[in-house]
Design a protein around this ligand. Structure first.
Ligand SMILES: *Cc1c(COP(=O)(O)O)cnc(C)c1O
Length: 398
């Protein structure tokens, strides 16, 4: 009998009981706005920021409304102005160029390698075109961060890290988000912690931190923060920094705090699943596994492989055959954007030269989400189905 997978690729785990209790407490007292605290009370949002700063080793942390908002705030804080060019990855998701467009700046796309990381030679070649790089650690793949920082430091390019897929990851032991001027995270349902929507920003720069707090809509209540610089820093910037309202609230913060405490355990669970899938996908003719560098500690919340130099029709056939057996694969090679998946040439508000070497990679990228609701057995079943269908289509190719 043909094996089928019947699990859901979009079902997350429930919110932990401790987080539900914390959320109920906030609902019961009714003080959901982050600055609505009683005398001496430390609000959930301020505590979340304090804890995430400690967890990442950052001096300052700000919680905001979304990951996209975090990136836009970071760009405003470092001084990106309308019309400025901002370097970013050709292989990423739509909120990344969207954040650049939201500050009326102009994305300049940098290519992708077969390791699915930013092409550092292309970055070096384009580094003189912009003052800022919005670096997306897309699908959790970290590039050689030492070389990236060398290139950017030498060219005077400020790095903002999009860590939507790397919360809990590290390069040579340095947590993702700690090398750029800002690290930006998303707490949206499909990321590593789940408050529905939400975002976090970290930085070590006191002036950038103060600007981000003001931008997020602190009014003059910034002294209620526990992971922000002192009032003397706000004195320098408060008259010149607009309020672009996008705060986190105490309800979401209360849900996030217990999840962040549990992040290491969840990362280990993701990686068991990832490694089971990866083992099952090795040695399939025509399929390239993405090898992870030794310097990288990753979070296997999704997995990618390449069907390099396959015809679009053959890739589509693999996807259709896997889908018929319950395995949902996403393809970055499609001409039309679908679901969460789009490509640099789909973002027509941001013109770009074609990048043939990147197009070859993008056309081959197959992507799969790895929810923690999958068991290790589920992962083995999924890998067997992919193996069978990739092999069948590969053999039938001319
Ligand atoms: C989800 C995501 C974002 C944006 O996060 P939101 O919280 O949804 O705004 C940014 N970059 C990448 C790569 C993402 O996947």
């Amino acid at each position: 009998m043909t094996e089928r997978f019947t699990g859901s690729f979009t079902q997350q785990e429930p919110i932990p009981e401790e987080a539900i209790e914390a959320a109920l407490a906030v609902l019961r007292h009714g003080r959901l706005h982050r600055y609505n605290v009683t005398e001496g009370e430390l609000g959930e949002t301020a505590l979340l920021e304090q804890e995430f700063a400690a967890q990442t080793g950052a001096k300052y942390c700000l919680a905001v409304a979304s990951g996209g908002y975090a990136m836009a705030t970071a760009m405003r804080a470092v001084g990106v102005k309308p019309g400025d060019a901002v370097l970013t990855n050709a292989f990423t998701l739509a909120p990344v160029p969207g954040a650049i467009a939201s500050v009326n700046a102009r994305p300049v796309f940098v290519g992708v390698t077969e390791e699915l990381t930013i092409d550092l030679d292309d970055l070096a070649a384009k580094a003189d075109q912009a003052k800022v790089l919005l670096l997306s650690h897309m699908r959790g793949h970290l590039c050689d961060m030492d070389r990236l920082m060398e290139i950017c430091d030498a060219a005077g390019v400020t790095v903002i890290e999009d860590c939507a897929h790397t919360m809990g990851a590290a390069w040579r032991g340095v947590p993702s988000g700690r090398q750029g001027a800002f690290g930006c995270y998303s707490c949206q349902t499909y990321k590593h912690v789940n408050s529905g929507e939400g975002g976090l920003l970290i930085t070590d720069d006191e002036e950038l931190a103060a600007k981000a707090v003001m931008l997020s809509g602190s009014y003059m209540l910034y002294e209620r923060h526990l992971a922000a610089p002192g009032p003397e820093v706000f004195e320098r910037i408060k008259y010149h920094t607009p309020n672009v309202s996008g705060r986190m609230d105490n309800l979401r913060a209360s849900i996030l705090r217990p999840q962040l405490k549990d992040l290491d355990r969840q990362v280990a669970r993701w990686n068991e699943r990832y490694q089971a899938l990866e083992a099952g996908l090795r040695d399939i003719p025509g399929l390239t596994v993405i090898e992870r560098p030794a310097e990288e500690s990753y979070v296997g919340s999704s997995i990618q492989f390449l069907l390099l130099d396959w015809t679009p029709k053959a890739v589509q056939e693999v996807i259709a055959r896997c889908a018929a057996r319950g395995v949902e694969l996403k393809w970055f090679g499609a001409d039309e954007p679908a679901g969460f998946t789009s490509r640099y040439d789909s973002w027509r508000y941001a013109q770009s030269e074609r990048m043939p070497a990147s197009d070859r990679v993008l056309t081959g990228i197959v992507d799969m989400r790895v929810p923690l609701t999958f068991s290790l057995d589920d992962c083995a079943v999924i890998a067997r189905i992919i193996r069978a269908e990739v092999s069948a289509v590969h053999q039938s190719q001319p």
